[in-house]
Every structure is written in C-alpha cells, then in structure tokens.
Design a protein around this ligand. Sequence first.
Ligand code: FAD
Length: 382
Amino acid sequence: MDPDLIVVGSGFYGSTVARRFADAFNKKVLIIEKRPHFGGNAYSHFNKVTNIEVHNYGTHIFHTSNIKVIDFITRFAAFNDYRHTVLAKHDNEFYSLPVNLATINKIYRANFTSEQARDLIESEGREVPKNLANLNLENKAISSVGRKIYEALIKNYTEKQWQTPPSLLPAETISRLPVRFNEDNSYFSDTFQGLPIHGYGALFQNILAHPNIEIQLNTDFFGTIWSKQRTIPIVYTGPIDRYFNYKHGRLNWRTVDFEVEVLPQSDFQGMAIVNYPDADVAFTRIHEFKHLHPERENVSGTVIMREYSRFTTPEDEPYYPINSIDDREILLKYRGEIAALRNVWFGGRLGTYQYLDMHMAIASALSFFDNDLSPSFKLRDL
Ligand SMILES: Cc1cc2nc3c(=O)[nH]c(=O)nc-3n(C[C@H](O)[C@H](O)[C@H](O)COP(=O)(O)OP(=O)(O)OC[C@H]3O[C@@H](n4cnc5c(N)ncnc54)[C@H](O)[C@@H]3O)c2cc1C
C-alpha cells in the first residue's frame, strides 16, 4: 500500500481517526499496530472452553452521554442494556459503591434517613479543616465521606492501587468522591451504557472494514521506514516519551497484572466486578465477564480475572498515568518538542499521557479529525 496517512496504534483513538479519514477522503490509511491484535486495551476474545467473552485488559464498559460518540459507535455495533453496579467486599461483607445510603447505613449499623445520613457525613467530613481538604488524597477523601467509610473502603484500596499511603498522594489523584443519600447504586450516570452485543472484536472489525484502511499487526512503528520519513502525515497514539526516545526522561505509569481462571461452576460472584479494599487481600478487584452479557445463552462455566496493581518497569504495559509533579515537568518538555514538529499529531491516552475512557478517546479523535486533520488534508488538495 502507498498510504496517504499513517496511524500508529489501533485502539479507539487510532481506529476512529482511520475510519473518519477513510470515509471522508478517497485516500489510503495504513494502521501500524505492534500487538498481535487490533483494538488496543479494549480488545477481547472468546474463551474456547466456556464461549465467554474475556476482556484481555480488564472489564471495559461503554458509557457516554456524547451524541457524536453515540452516533459514531452505533454505526458499527448494537449494544446490550447492561447497567454497571459494583460491590466492595470488606471484612466479609458487601458494600455498595459509589457510597450511597445503603453503604452508609451498613457501615454505621444504622437506619438513617437520607437527611440524617447527609448531616452525619457532613459533620464527619468537618474533621478536616476546609483549608486542608486538598492537602493530600487522604484529607480529600475524609472530607468527602468521613473517616469511617474512608478507612473501611478507600484507604487500603488506594494504597494497594498506588503502593503509596494516601496521605502521601496528591489530592488531584481522585476527583471528589461522590456520595448519594439515596439507594441509587448505578455506577455510571450516562444516557448510553452497555456492551457491544457481538463483542469488542466484531466492533473493531466493523470500524476497520473499509477498502481504504489497511492494518499491519505485530509491527513496531519504530522498526518501520515510516518512522524515518517526514513526508507522509502520521497520527501517533503510542507513548509520547518513546517517540522522542526518552530524551527528557520516562513518564511514570501504574500497571496492572491480570490472573485469569476458568471455573466449571456457573457463577462465581453474581456480578461483573467486586472490589477488595482490605489490606490482607493482594488483588484489588475480581472481574467475572459472563455477567456483562446476561443475554448470552450459549456459555458454560465461568471465567474470572483477579487484578493486581503495581508500578511499571520499562517492559510493562503502561495503564494509568501517575502524573506526579516530575511527570508534568517532563510532559511539558515533550509538548514543546511536539510544537516544533510538522506532519505528526499525537493522540489517545499514551500519546497525550492522560487517562481516557473509551468514549473520551473516541470524542477526542472525532474532534481532532474535524478540527485538525480534515482541514489540513483539504488544504493539501487545493
Ligand atoms: C484496566 C482498565 C480498565 C478500563 N475500563 C474501561 C471501561 O470500563 N470503560 C471505558 O470507557 N474505558 C476503560 N478503560 C480505558 C480504555 O482502555 C481506554 O480509553 C482506551 O483503550 C484508550 O484508547 P487509545 O486508542 O487511546 O489507547 P490504546 O487502547 O492503548 O491503544 C494504543 C495502541 O497503540 C499501540 N502502540 C503503542 N506503541 C506502538 C508502537 N510503537 N508501534 C505500533 N503500535 C503501538 C498499542 O499496542 C495499542 O494497541 C480501561 C482501561 C484500563 C487500563
């Protein structure tokens, strides 16, 4: 293929840009993907023994209220009506997350009304003086939910996730913790939620099924001739520091390890995700994928996945940006380098060093295409 555009990475960002480009221009786009599969972290496969769809990189639930994203994604897949809920298992009991009236009543062994619960949590939160609430993650969490709930459900979970005491983590690591003073246990509040009925694999296959799109798997961009040339435009969704050969240092990430188990029983935990906030349990969550698709009948047994969190080494998959002050300084230097480049655009979670949900990756790819890539190609054609 003689491409008009190179896209590095076939996750939601790269695949969305490639498809918009292929639809809009009669030009060729070549996607280069270093993994043996397309789809980035949203990729899934069907387990041969159970016929259950396993999300290779942890449970991915699609949710958005963005009309443009909904219009785009529903061209390529129909979605089921799965609604996500999460329980946390603490001291052998289950608690609803995010914190709601049921969580508060169970933790306090009480039967508060909504108003009583609100008064209690507000007064507990006042333990942290207002001017110190953003000093660190611990202060921020206690001021949101009170010490008792913080210590039961948040403190050790956060410490397991970050391998750092929450009192030493910046407050910005979390947004203000939501507390509901009603029984609403839905995890997301978006208007559109669900899972692609035929799986993420089929969804990506449909996005990429276009005569102007070609994809090369098992190919590291930096081993190709395209990384040396400067004439064909590139949309790069790999790690930003890698592009510049780490000349200003490495950006830090947290990674997760997944341990998959296929079990003969029909149900392990009755729901898709249970969090484990206690310090004496090494993993942070257990995923059980069959619950994401209650409509699927042709499955047997179950597949669970334990999730463990830790810092990355250079060999690991980067998952969550740590975003420390040092990281932000390094990032600024790379952004300065990008500003001086021509014909290369950076996008997606790795290319911008930020956590993006799937709908955010798609939304940002759509607006990048409309505002930058498309005008640039129209100018070229003049
Ligand atoms: C554990 C976990 C759970 C998540 N759950 C959800 C969820 O429930 N809902 C939700 O909306 N989002 C979820 N996300 C976020 C979701 O995975 C991301 O939003 C999405 O994957 C971002 O897409 P992307 O295209 O930016 O990046 P990616 O999907 O990471 O794609 C980047 C691609 O670039 C490729 N690449 C990198 N370097 C090179 C190179 N040198 N050469 C060639 N290819 C390269 C990579 O192999 C990868 O395929 C979750 C993320 C994690 C880690």
